[in-house]
Ligand binder design. Structure first.
Ligand code: ZN
Length: 253
């Protein structure tokens, strides 16, 4: 009411420039309310796997069952750079997965029952110059193109479709990448059960892979949730201080 009166008064006074400046000022003041809302949400995000808005979210209570860890013996890391939302300056993007510190050739297993929908055991690492040129392209485009991401940067990788079996709210897929090798029978169409070995950890798709050395082996693991409006990733809009705790809840048996 006060703002309305002020605007009318300014209009009456015919102080045109001041009137326009006031609208701009009031508009600018409207913006901070969204960050205020975000601050308020922080304390309520306990137990959320991701949170898009009031209608679209996944809470640990929405899971029909729990997952097993993809690399036995390797737990969800604490270091934020290994968790979702971490910035990836070199390719203009954000981390959307979890990096488990599995060493070279550690067996990687399906976290849940499903059907393989992608498996590229015949992926070949590019040389380091080509690798860097892909990163430059990604930086120039302002995001990492899906083809570069899925078929170059993820290296040898497997994607499992879990349908709606993990939660009735979203179709779920899991992604296992940088693998050193993938068994011959893990091909698109193969049915897998929770715990089946679907590959072995490595560093394909990383700069170390491009350099043909054995450094930096780890499992980059992703889980995505799809509905008619889009795709959501683990940890999406979850405050950093809750990330590890909330992701741990996926695996608590
Ligand atoms: Zn990663």
């Amino acid at each position: 009411m006060y703002i309305k009166t002020l605007l009318m008064w300014l209009k009456k006074m015919k102080i045109k420039h001041l009137y326009i400046a006031s609208i701009v000022f009031i508009g600018a003041c409207a913006a901070p309310t969204s960050s205020y809302d975000l601050l308020n949400e922080k304390k309520d995000k306990d137990g959320y796997i991701f949170y898009q808005n009031e209608q679209t979210y996944l809470h640990v209570d929405d899971l029909k069952d729990k997952l097993i860890l993809p690399a036995e013996g390797y737990v969800v890391p604490e270091y934020l750079n290994l968790l979702p939302n971490a910035k990836r300056e070199y390719r203009s993007g954000h981390h959307v997965g979890v990096d488990f510190s599995a060493p070279f050739n550690h067996p990687i297993r399906a976290v849940y029952d499903g059907v393989i929908v992608r498996s590229n055991g015949y992926q070949k690492d590019v040389d380091i110059d080509t690798y860097n040129s892909f990163l430059e392209i990604s930086a120039k485009v302002g995001k990492t193109p899906e083809d570069i991401y899925n078929f170059i940067l993820l290296g040898k990788s497997v994607v499992i479709d879990h349908g709606y079996s993990l939660t009735t709210k979203f179709r779920t897929i899991t992604v296992y990448s940088h693998l050193s090798s993938i068994p011959d029978d893990i091909i698109a169409g193969s049915v897998v059960a929770q715990g089946d070995v679907i590959g072995f950890s490595g560093n394909t798709g990383t700069s170390s892979g491009a350099l043909q050395n054995k450094k930096g082996a780890h499992l980059h693991w992703e889980i995505f949730f799809d509905d008619s409006k889009g795709r959501y990733f683990i940890g999406q809009n979850i405050p950093t201080e809750l990330l590890k705790n909330n992701i741990d809840l996926l695996f608590e048996q």
